[in-house]
Design a protein around this ligand. Structure first.
Ligand code: GDP
Length: 442
């Protein structure tokens, strides 16, 4: 199952397009209907010409609701970037495109909407403008289809283009560690509390024991729905509504994560590699206040720059993010950074370690370790995990009195790395690692 997210400036025709494509009005709230503007996320689904069923998350285009947009694009497979032919590229077209780029969304189609309002010559000018804008991003070369929700022009071509980009999309990974970043919570008469989100990294089954993180509330999956149909098993990549047992709506909020009990651990510190947008207004200083957006979570924190005094626009750095509240994240998750005032997206990055120690700055060994964790071969990754466990044990031994010896990997687990990198086969072929397993060091 695939999930497509809309993107684009307010009033460029996103919701209207989703409505004509799916027959579902994604603007759910009374206020949205009154103001004729998308405020929060909308959800719809359709069957493409190939028979593939896809979910669509419709995001608000207005800059005041960018937080809602970010909660929606966290786990999409492809983007439907909407640009109105009469206006062309506008500020939130640029910001949304930058966000898609930072999240490494590399599959997308551009819908050049309201084509009924302009002539061919103008259409071609806007097309060129979009091509130029896409060039430095992950969406370079995305097909640009002129459409009109009013006349129906281009709609079949748009559906075919969506089908083709999803043909080359990788299957959503199932690494046996399902998590559902919650984007909506509501109560349904006769059912109780329901949470929705896009399921990633695994499957959920009715009856499973789960926990809500970071609060740690334990609960059970009472029933599951995808696209309003009851299912016994929910698949990775699909939009899922989970009816959970005995949890009050007031105990849940957008940004919480539903995970299998004991599988994920909230953290307030992680290591990451970040990129500051080339058009960021100023350099990022050490300890700068930022807002982190990951999945549907939004948490304030500070950036500790590990290998530079000041990060210049367009440049990248190794950092530790120290958060004000716990987040639920995994290695390889991508995230967005914004600053609160003036409110703007400044960059983003990828997580490499979810439970690091507090690092000293400007330490070559630490930067080398992060490089290895980020780009290392499967063998290096596994050995790094073993080293940490070893270091942890020796540390515990050294502080022999008073401290309870603890065992087990700290941070991420070896099994996680193996699953994450789809390594099982390569890893067992590596003799050093096989040796380690035989010696029961793992
Ligand atoms: P959103 O904010 O991007 O979701 O934009 P909407 O879908 O709310 O559309 C904004 C306005 O553009 C509405 O008044 C729509 O009726 C109008 N609109 C949307 N699509 C088309 C189109 O294909 N042609 C024309 N002429 N107007 C359109």
């Amino acid at each position: 199952m695939s999930c497509i997210g809309t993107a684009g400036h307010v009033d460029h025709g996103k919701s209207t397009l989703v409505k004509v494509l799916t027959g579902i009005d994604p603007d759910r709230l009374a206020e949205e209907k009154e103001r004729g503007m998308t405020i929060d996320l909308g959800f719809a689904w359709l069957t493409l010409p190939s028979g593939r069923e896809v979910s669509i998350v419709d995001v608000p285009g207005h800059e005041s609701f960018i937080k809602n947009m970010l909660a929606g694009v966290g786990s999409i497979d492809a983007a439907l970037l909407v640009v109105a032919a009469d206006e062309g590229i506008m500020p939130q077209t640029r910001e949304h495109l930058a966000i898609l780029d930072l999240l490494h969304v590399s599959r997308g189609v551009v819908a050049l909407t309201k084509a009924d309002l302009v002539d061919e010559e103008w259409l071609n000018l806007v097309r060129e403008e979009i091509e130029t804008q896409l060039k430095p991003t992950t969406l370079v070369g995305a097909p640009i289809i002129a459409v009109s929700a009013y006349t129906g022009l281009g709609l079949p071509a748009l559906q075919t283009a969506l089908d083709s980009i999803l043909d080359v999309a990788q299957e959503r990974q199932n690494i046996g560690r399902p998590r559902l970043p919650i984007d909506r919570v509501f109560t349904m008469t006769g059912f109780g509390t329901v949470v929705t989100g896009t399921l990633i990294d695994g499957i959920y089954k009715v009856g499973q024991e789960v926990e809500i993180l970071p609060s740690g509330i334990k609960t059970r999956i009472r029933s599951l729905q995808t696209h309003r149909h009851q299912v016994e098993v929910a698949q990775p990549g699909s939009r899922v509504a989970i009816n959970i047992a005995n949890v009050a709506r007031s105990d849940l909020r957008r940004g919480d994560v539903v995970a299998l009990s004991g599988q994920m651990h909230p953290t307030m510190l992680f290591d990451a590699h970040i990129h500051l947008l080339a058009d960021a207004e100023r350099p990022l200083v050490h300890n700068a206040h930022v807002e982190l957006y990951s999945g549907s979570q939004e948490v304030p924190g500070r950036v500790r720059l590990l290998n530079t005094e000041e990060l210049q626009p367009g440049q990248s750095a190794w950092v530790q993010l120290r958060l004000d509240r716990p987040v639920v994240v995994a290695r390889r998750d991508r995230f967005i950074l914004r600053i609160p005032s003036p409110s703007m997206t400044i960059g983003g990055g990828e997580i490499v370690d979810v439970e690091p120690r507090y690092h000293k700055r400007f330490q070559k060994s630490i930067i080398d370790g992060l490089e290895r964790l980020s780009h290392g071969s499967p063998e290096e990754l596994v050995m790094a995990a073993l080293d940490r466990r070893y270091a942890f044990r020796t540390g515990a031994k050294a502080a022999s009195t008073g401290i309870k010896p603890a065992y087990g990997l700290i941070g991420y687990e070896l099994a996680d790395i193996v699953k994450h990198c789809n390594l099982a086969e390569e890893v067992t072929q590596q003799t050093r690692v096989r040796g380690a397993v035989v010696e029961r060091r793992v």
